[in-house]
Design a protein around this ligand. Structure first.
Ligand code: ADP
Ligand code: MG
Length: 335
């Protein structure tokens, strides 16, 4: 079966010269949840806007539901849904009225419109608040309504740009559960962007690691994490001398695959973290080196991101500032 999205050498240079997307090639298979994971400014929204016919690429080729969005934008739009980064629901209407409007926009018959609205309100857990004004909804409820609006015309393929931006972790988990349910219930394909590694890990069948307009790695989260080559042991040591000594000792130990030094820490990749801790501590003790902290962990997508880009994802995400920006945006829309 042909992939539902096929992109080759896609580029976008904005007027003024910002190269937001620099030669992307990837495919999305029907029925999967595919995610773009990358920090702010990586080119995620620019890509999604090109795929959804909202922006013309500078060069490269795209096929979305078998069609070229630059040639057949209306045919593409009839088969896809798009939930933008910013909330699009109208605060002065009720949840049900928002869905009704959306249904009218797609020329649903009144009976069909009513039926789908009710079905979606139940799906996203808003049935009991359906007839309250949206201005009384929480951020998470608005986002769920926004997603429901994107589903009124039963798209085969749903695009979600940062579906949980600025929401608390509990609400995020709830939205992940709804998205998974849609995939299973309707066999829908989902393309989403996020800069939350937990989101990509929990939700996506496959993830593309994106940085500065380029894809650095693509794969299933487990595959990407496994490619790190083992578990991670972090050791904190006092002083450069102790660190260098420890590094030399560890590099000679059988379960150790590699050792990397980074500001006051040694990051050690080992075959199996639980089995490696005791030998590591013993070898260091014999040489008179005493780490003052040692932690063992399985690799996360943050570690994958670091391995492929040389940068930490976490440092740039999850800030208070960003939650604030999301709230400001909601407020602006409410005016
Ligand atoms: N309309 C625009 N005009 C010029 N530059 C833009 C525009 N939109 C985005 N950019 C720039 O393109 C780059 C990628 O942005 P974007 O696609 O929004 O990234 P992301 O969604 O990953 O945060 C950034 O450097 C951003 O400043
Ligand atoms: Mg964006």
């Amino acid at each position: 079966m042909a992939p539902i999205i096929h992109v080759e050498e896609l580029r976008k240079t904005y007027p003024g010269g910002v190269e937001a997307v620099r030669g992307l090639s990837f495919q999305v298979e029907e029925g999967e949840i595919f995610g773009f994971l990358g920090p702010n400014g990586a080119g995620k929204s620019t890509t999604i806007m090109m795929l959804t016919t909202l922006l013309r690429p500078t060069s490269g080729s795209m096929r979305v539901v078998g069609l070229d969005p630059t040639v057949n934008p209306f045919a593409v739009r009839s088969q896809i849904g798009y939930v933008s980064q910013d909330l699009a629901v109208d605060d002065a209407l009720t949840g049900r009225e928002n869905l009704w409007l959306q249904g009218n926009f797609y020329h649903l018959s009144p009976a069909e419109n009513r039926r789908r609205s009710q079905e979606l309100l139940e799906l996203v857990g808003l049935a009991d608040r359906a007839d309250d004004l949206v201005e009384t909804y929480s951020g998470g409820m608005r986002k769920r309504l926004d997603i429901a609006c994107g589903l009124m015309h039963r798209p085969r393929l749903l695009f979600l740009d940062e579906p949980t931006l600025g929401l608390d972790i509990q609400t995020r988990r709830q939205i992940w559960a709804y998205l998974e349910q849609m995939k299973h219930q309707f066999g829908m394909t989902l393309f989403l962007t996020t800069h939350y590694m937990e989101e990509a890990d929990a939700l996506c069948d496959r993830v593309a690691i994106i940085d500065q307009g380029q894809i650095r790695a693509v794969g299933r989260p487990e595959e990407l994490k496994a490619a790190i080559g083992g578990d991670l042991v972090h050791l904190r040591l006092d002083g450069a001398e102790a660190q260098a000594k420890a590094q030399a000792i560890l590099e000679a130990l059988p379960p150790v695959r590699s050792v990397q030094a980074a500001d006051g820490q040694l990051q050690v990749v080992v075959t199996n973290g639980d089995d490696a801790v005791v030998p590591i501590i013993q070898a260091l003790a014999q040489a008179g080196v005493a780490p003052h902290a040692i932690t063992v962990k399985k690799p996360t997508l943050d570690d994958v991101y670091l391995a492929h880009t040389g940068k930490e994802l976490r440092a740039e995400s999850g800030s208070r500032d960003e939650g604030m920006q999301a709230r400001m945006r909601m407020r602006r829309i409410r005016r």
